[in-house]
Design a protein around this ligand. Structure first.
Ligand code: 5GP
Length: 194
């Protein structure tokens, strides 16, 4: 997605060979017009997939998911990382290890919101080692629902998550795929223009 790649090049900061900081438009400050375009793009790619729910994880997956939800006309559910006063019992839970943060979180979704009749689109901001997506896939499986595919804003193609999820036969649509962050520069995997 050209607009997104231009934004990554102009505003992204390469913190190391493995980590890209995009807190001017995705991870802290949010660019609503870009999120709107991203949501439209996800919706366009999955418009014929019969999606009934979007599942993401707090907090940075919520903004792109909302716009995809508006365009697909379906509810958005975010898995919670923290225990909440109002979220107790009746939960699907999974463990997600973050290599970036060096911590493991339990993520939870109320059983009220995903059921066996659902066709789910999983959306997240980054795909790195795939742990967040695997946790969300696990929750969809626990609900006996179907995952139709995964939508990722930025995939780091040099890490293992993308191939791990695709090898399970799951469709992954990433709007920007990074080939390398070496020498402080962002290099993208070439794809057909959109
Ligand atoms: P994974 O579970 O695929 O290893 O990592 C996914 C999660 O880690 C994302 O939801 C994101 O929060 C965080 N993450 C992984 N790599 C990066 C990165 O290079 N930059 C930023 N900003 N977040 C990342």
């Amino acid at each position: 997605m050209r607009l997104l790649k231009e934004k990554i090049v102009s505003e992204g900061k390469v913190l190391s060979e493995n980590v890209l900081k995009v807190d001017t438009f995705l991870n802290h400050q949010i660019d609503p017009l870009l999120m709107q375009a991203i949501g439209e793009e996800f919706a366009n790619r999955y418009k014929d997939a019969g999606i009934t729910k979007i599942l993401t994880i707090e907090s940075s997956g919520i903004a792109p998911s909302m716009f995809a939800g508006i365009n697909l006309g379906v509810p958005v559910i975010f898995a919670r990382k923290r225990k909440s006063l109002t979220l107790s019992g009746n939960l699907y839970s999974s463990k997600v290890h973050s290599f970036t943060k060096g911590e493991t979180n339990d993520i939870s979704v109320s059983k009220d919101f995903i059921g066996s009749e659902d066709i789910v689109l999983i959306i997240d901001d980054f795909l790195a080692n795939g742990q967040a997506v695997l946790g969300l896939l696990d929750i969809v499986e626990q609900a006996n629902a179907k995952t139709s595919g995964v939508g990722i804003v930025i995939e780091k193609g040099f890490q293992t998550g993308g191939s791990m999820v695709r090898e399970k036969g799951i469709r992954v649509e990433s709007l920007a795929i990074i080939k390398s962050l070496a020498d402080g520069k962002v290099e993208f995997v070439e794809e057909s223009p959109s």
